[in-house]
Write a protein that binds this ligand. Sequence first.
Ligand code: SF4
Ligand code: SF4
Length: 187
Amino acid sequence: MATELTFSEEISNLLYAAEGNPINTCIQCGTCAGTCPAVEFMDHTPRVLIGMIGANLKDEVLNSNTFWSCSSCYHCTVRCPAGIDITGLMYALKRYSMWKEQYQEDLIGPEFSESFVKMIMRTGRSFEPVLAPTYVTKYGTRGMIEEARTASALFLKGRLPMLPKKIKGIENLRQMVKRIIPVGGPS
Ligand code: SF4
Ligand code: SF4
C-alpha cells in the first residue's frame, strides 16, 4: 500500500530536481528574512515559512501570502549558508497552491498567474490588455486612471498592439507548459 506523503515531503519532492540543498538542511539562521526586500509585505518571513513547512502546517503555509509577495530577487538564495534555493521554493509553493486550489482570498497573484498561463497557452506571448483586468481594479480609481494613461501612451507610440500575435511553434510550447504546470490551457 502506498504511503501518503507528508506536506513537507511533498514540497521537498517538488524541489528534488532543482539546484540547491533540501529544505530540511535549514539551520533557521534568519539570513533570508534579514535580506528579503519584500519581507514587510509577508505574513511570515521566509525563515518562519520554512519552519512551518518542516512542521507540516499545510493549511497555514498555503494560506500565507509570503510566496505570493516574493519578487524573485534571489537575494535570499545567494546568501543562504545552507545553500537552499529559497526562491525556487517560493515558485514551488505558488505552483502547489494553484494545483491544490488553496490560497488566501483577495490576492492578485493566483488570478494573475492563471490568466497569464492561459494567455501563454493561447498565443505564446504576454498581452497586457488581457492581463490588466486581473489586477487593475485593485489599484483604486486613481491607479486605474494612471494605468489607462500609460496604456494610451503606449498604444499611441505603437508599443501596445490591439490584438495578440501567436508565436511560431505554439503547439510545442503548449506541450512543454502542460508538462510542468497543472493549470492553464486554451479556453
Ligand atoms: S538563510 Fe537558509 S538556513 Fe538561514 S533560515 Fe533562511 S533558509 Fe534557513
Ligand atoms: S527571492 Fe523572494 S523571498 Fe528571497 S529575498 Fe527575494 S523577495 Fe525575498
